[in-house]
Ligand binder design. Structure first.
Ligand code: NHF
Length: 469
């Protein structure tokens, strides 16, 4: 099975969100399970190659916006793995993302496949999110034989652009199956086109794959999704067990695992974190973390903020790590500056402090309005930190309420508060139960093995549609 994995972010070269982690971990596991997988992404200015050597594979021209554009494909190795990563360079259209960048990138991928510039052709092109949404259209419209799978990591990001990009790609939109109302609005929606034209589509958790059929979670695409329903499924992401491991994590001071002093290890890391944050060092006060992008539409910042403002802060310690929308950064900065002993806010993302929170906190809040998969709850659980999360999407699929974490249903600051207080009650009065929950969370299998097997099933289904899996 040969798979071209098309994406636009890849840890450690360039990352915006969870997609970058997935792009690192999933191909690695697919490769281990026998798939000849290769990764392709644009070579932006922001992409930092660190010490990686790049080798030129091919130079070619494509026509974009009526003119000849020079493109160079370089190859790098994926860390120490044997997975080729192709990065595509064009100074004018790819260096700095603009509204043309993804159209240009998608056209490059199509030209590479059509002309076999890699000297290697995949069975399946596996596209990630809207950034690669026009690849299935290009393949179908031009009758290339490659099968396509589109993975939706977040339906809220759709990549809307002026319809002109279609013309600049050299396509006549009246001849493409571009959805009619899009044509009327003179815009193109990359994700929508991906959903329509891909042979199969999956979302990053089974629950989210169902939620997106509804108006509430469909981000305006629910009708289309219902129409394409038979080809949509869900596969829960995993996390990278090599880098997310409290026994080896260089960013924490006290190492532990499920078999080696888990409770003591957490206790020492908590003490360290309390000191570092300037909080009272005490094992009687629960230390509660939040780690995430400050994206108010998704991450539940409003209900978390309301809840923190309302509770008696003497009884809790909160550490919030997140950056993004400035208004929310200001709100949390303000809270932290008033309640220095009980609220800490760190606005610059730093892997070290993130690990220290995963290891040192008692609980992690994940109050998301929607969450396609969510990786932080899984990382927290591997570090024995119990998530208090909203029962939505991948959170619902990865946490069992009262067993290895806590779930609340309604998107409301009161429901969050009630659940948090319930968790803290157990934590205070029933150490046996809490310790059992910590161990259950740490033992849970969030490796990529299972997810990779599920993806291979989808690839096989694409290549042998009549076979039964
Ligand atoms: O985990 C990677 C990530 C998800 O829920 C996350 C999200 C974006 O919103 O699949 O993509």
């Amino acid at each position: 099975m040969k798979v071209l994995f098309a994406v636009w972010e890849l840890v450690p070269f360039f990352q915006v969100g969870g997609l970058g982690d997935v792009a690192k971990s999933l191909p690695k596991k697919l490769h281990e399970q026998g798939v000849d997988v290769r990764v392709i992404l644009p070579f932006y200015k922001a992409l930092k190659l660190h010490k990686q050597q790049k080798k030129e594979v091919k130079k070619f021209n494509i026509i974009y916006d009526g003119g000849k554009q020079k493109v160079v494909i370089y190859q790098i190795s994926f860390l120490d793995e044997k997975i080729p990563v192709y990065i595509i360079k064009n100074e004018k259209w790819l260096d700095v993302p603009t509204r043309d960048t993804f159209a240009f990138y998608n056209l490059c991928v199509y030209e590479i496949l059509k002309n076999n510039y890699l000297d290697w052709l995949p069975d399946v092109v596996h596209c990630q999110d809207y950034h690669t949404g026009l690849i299935p259209l290009l393949i179908k419209h031009n009758n290339l034989k490659f099968k396509t799978l589109l993975t939706i990591h977040n339906l809220n990001h759709q990549g809307k652009s002026s319809l002109d990009v279609i013309k600049r790609m050299g396509l006549d939109h009246s001849k493409c199956r571009v959805i009619q109302w899009e044509t009327k609005k003179k815009q193109i929606n990359f994700l929508l086109e991906g959903i329509i034209h891909a042979d199969l589509v999956n979302a990053v958790s089974p629950s989210y794959a169902k939620e997106i059929f509804t108006e509430e979670y469909g981000s305006g695409l629910d009708e289309i999704i219902r129409n394409e329903g038979q080809k949509i499924s869900g596969i829960l992401n995993g996390i990278d067990y090599d880098s997310r491991d409290p026994i080896h994590d260089k960013n924490i001071n006290f190492h532990y695992s499920v078999d080696q002093s888990p409770i003591e290890g957490k206790h020492l890391n908590k003490k360290f974190l309390q000191e570092k944050l300037g909080f009272t060092v005490s094992d009687q006060i629960p230390l509660i973390g939040f780690i995430g992008r400050f994206e108010s539409k998704q991450k539940g910042l409003d209900i978390m903020h309301k809840m923190i403002r309302r509770v008696n802060l003497q009884k809790f310690q909160f550490v919030i790590l997140g950056q993004g929308e400035v208004e929310w950064e200001d709100q949390f900065l303000w809270l932290a500056s008033f309640y220095k002993k009980n609220v800490a806010y760190i606005s610059v993302f730093d892997r070290r402090i993130a690990s220290q929170i995963y290891a040192g906190a008692d609980f992690l809040l994940v109050p998301s309005k929607f969450e396609p998969c969510g990786l932080i709850q899984m990382i927290a659980m591997r570090y024995g930190t119990l998530p208090i999360a909203r029962a939505t999407g991948g959170l619902k699929d990865s946490i069992i309420d009262g067993v290895d974490g806590f779930l609340f249903k309604k998107y409301s600051s009161f429901d969050l508060e009630t659940k948090m207080k319930h968790a803290v009650e157990i934590w205070k009065n029933d150490k046996k139960q809490i310790n059992e929950m910590i161990l259950a969370a740490m033992k849970k299998d969030f490796t990529w093995d299972k997810s990779a097997r599920e993806y291979i099933k989808l690839y096989n289904k694409l290549c042998n549609p009549s076979a039964i899996f």
